[in-house]
Design a protein around this ligand. Sequence first.
Ligand SMILES: Cc1ncc(COP(=O)(O)O)c(C=O)c1O
Length: 356
Amino acid sequence: MADDVQTPKLREALRGIPAYKAGKNPDASAFKLSSNENPYPPLPGVLEAVQKSAENFNRYPDMGCSALSSEIAERFGVPVEHVATGTGSVGVAQQLLQATSGPGDEVIYAWRSFEAYPIITQISGATSVRVPLTPEEHHDLDAMAAAVTDRTRLIFVCNPNNPTGVAISEDALVRFLDRVPSDVLVVIDEAYREFVRDDSIPDGVDLYRDRPNVAVLRTFSKAYGLAGLRVGFAIAHEPVAAALRQTAVPFGVNSLAQVAAIESLRAEKLLLERCEALVQERTRVTEALREQGWTVPESQANFIWLRLGERTAEFAAKAEAAGIVVRPFAGEGARITVGEVEANDILLRVTAEFQE
Ligand SMILES: Cc1ncc(COP(=O)(O)O)c(C=O)c1O
């Protein structure tokens, strides 16, 4: 190669972006409790619909996801123009950043929270403003409101929060929304909404209705068990919803994902029964951990958070040796998905031994 050949010029903003750490895939004999997936296999009716649809995948999908958007609009009682779909809710979150934020702008979120927020913020060129969780693992909403400047374009509120599972009450969230200027977009990320059982936790869709600066993110990856198909959506007023259509990758949501999501909404009752079984397991595991002497924040999601500090890596290694793969955040803690009963029992054996 000649000496003067240079590599293509890439955007400065990409320098030093943290890599997204996907939950580790265990070997065949271990349980994967590292990605907050649904442990149940696809529902037979959903699988059949997808298999049938696969016969036509030589064709492009419906670019506007019109049938799926109509189902979502009906299910949530919102205008269909307020529904915008994408490749997982993380895809929609990235579109929201593309639509609102660039170099010189600021994006606020709690920390620790969903690890994609810093990555997609940096890709947009905007600056992350991280507001630490309180010692009780709650969003510090006063500090987040105080962090708003005239450069703030978007605020992520993860409710319940990943990885702690802690959720924000309606009173607190409404007070916060009332303090945020109306030209700043607040994104309420409700990836785990279907696992919430505490009545004081608001449904973001109720909050969005009379607030044009609020967008709600939902996903088919968790409660609906479609993580591998990549489909999520936002509910937002115009012009935010229209901006999401502008920033969508053309034909991004594939035809199998569209069919599976529609069938899943139609089979929602069965899927929500599965969620209820997982919630019961969450309660069982939380209570057992507390009996063992652990401090466990009240999770409203399908995972549990153990703040293990410097012992996190050691705990993750012990868990893996026992047959469960958890998600360690080095020096902070481990997030453990509520999985199959057998997997949860292994967790409780590991935690009991770790306490001793
Ligand atoms: C809080 C939160 N938001 C969004 C997502 C993205 O989910 P998906 O892109 O599969 O819809 C996740 C996934 O882990 C999450 O935890």
